[in-house]
Design a protein around this ligand. Structure first.
Ligand SMILES: Cc1ncc(COP(=O)(O)O)c(C=O)c1O
Length: 348
């Protein structure tokens, strides 16, 4: 049992008992030969949920994204993406290191790009320029604070992509959170994209795994890149079984995480010394600023952790709290009390 309150990330979620049981009894085969029935079932289920022809099970969101990019682009192509998105910020520069691609960052507001800015970043066929190869969107946007692109904005970005003949990739690590926030189906969000990566191992609570979905030919080519990256797994049905439970049983409860994030954010916003824009709290991520306390985010997070509440830092002055199954509504008052204690101490 944990002896602290967990708000660092929804990646900390443990598998449910039902997942463990499904893993124990999963029929398996060699997935590199295409013979694992449980992986095949997960890929078929994921493709149908995303409204795509096919899907590919991958060990992580990072591998799903780099596989997607390698399949869309060739070396020297420019990848248009938001300047704080996960692919650019947190994936070890894989697009350049492994794929020879050139990132072309577009600044968004709380992670959300304006269609006009996306269009302005697409360069002409001038001999000096790297050719544009792909537009990436992240929904929900992690560093933006779990912010969500609405369908209208996605349609406008898609129209930009169409005008320039560019494919679109969605880093939908938390696409199910986005769908719940928008009151729509994931397949509607996915419909604007040629490829979609989503994670089973975040709020959906599977221990391992992500899925890349897209057209049949595209996924066949992606399968080869997954192998190149070392992501060809063998009796992977053991982990895919948990992914099936994640998709069938764990989606609706994400609304609880959103409600908890909202209640937490509301309480935090009332604590003197904390700055928090409530309008950005629409899913399971809460970001707030502690600069008024005269301490940095590292010091704040350390003091909170020493008192039994774990959050992550967004240096120099921001803190991130993420709600998940590892956090309950009953823990909110304790978090608020311990946060207020630190704020009182530093405000003097
Ligand atoms: C938006 C986004 N994309 C991709 C990933 C990568 O997932 P993984 O940690 O499984 O590689 C994450 C992980 O936090 C994420 O937040």
């Amino acid at each position: 049992m944990k002896d602290y309150i967990e708000l660092r990330s929804d990646t900390t979620t443990h598998p449910t008992e039902e997942m463990r049981e499904a893993m124990r009894s999963a029929p398996v085969g060699d997935d590199v030969f295409g013979e694992d029935p449980t992986v095949n079932a997960l890929e078929a289920l994921a493709a149908s949920k995303m409204g795509k022809e096919a899907a590919l099970f991958v060990p992580s969101g990072t591998m799903g994204n780099i596989t997607a990019l390698l399949t869309h682009c060739k070396r020297g192509d420019e990848v248009i993406l938001e300047s704080e998105c996960h692919i650019y910020y947190y994936e070890v520069g894989g697009l350049s290191a492994l794929g020879g691609m050139v990132p072309r960052p577009v600044r968004g507001e709380n992670g959300l790009m304006e269609p006009d800015d996306v269009e302005a970043s697409i360069r002409s066929a001038n001999i000096h320029y790297a050719p544009p190869g792909l537009i990436c969107v992240e929904n929900t946007h992690n560093r933006g604070g779990g912010t969500v692109y609405g369908l209208e904005r996605l349609a406008e970005i898609k129209a930009v992509a169409n005008r320039h003949g560019l494919p679109m990739h969605l880093d939908g690590a938390r696409i199910f959170n986005a769908a719940i926030a928008l009151g729509t189906d994931v397949s509607r969000i996915a419909s604007y994209f040629d490829s979609v990566q989503f994670c089973l191992s975040k709020g959906l609570s599977a221990p391992v795994g992500s899925v890349l979905a897209g057209g049949k030919d595209y996924i066949a080519r992606a399968r080869k890149y997954r192998k190149m990256l070392g992501g060809g797994m063998r009796q992977a049905g053991i982990i895919a079984a948990a992914g099936i439970v994640a998709l069938e049983k764990m989606v609706d409860r994400l609304a609880d995480d959103h409600a908890n994030a909202r209640a937490l954010a509301l309480g935090l916003s009332r604590i003197p010394g904390i700055e928090l824009d409530l309008s950005t709290v629409v899913t399971n991520i809460v970001v707030f600023d502690v600069s008024r306390l005269g301490i940095g985010s590292e010091a704040f997070a350390e003091q909170l952790s020493a008192d039994g509440v774990r959050m992550t830092t967004r240096p120099p002055h921001k803190i991130r709290a993420v709600t998940s199954r590892m956090f309950t509504a009953e823990e909110i008052p304790t978090v608020l009390e311990k946060t207020a204690k630190i704020c009182t101490k530093h405000l003097g």
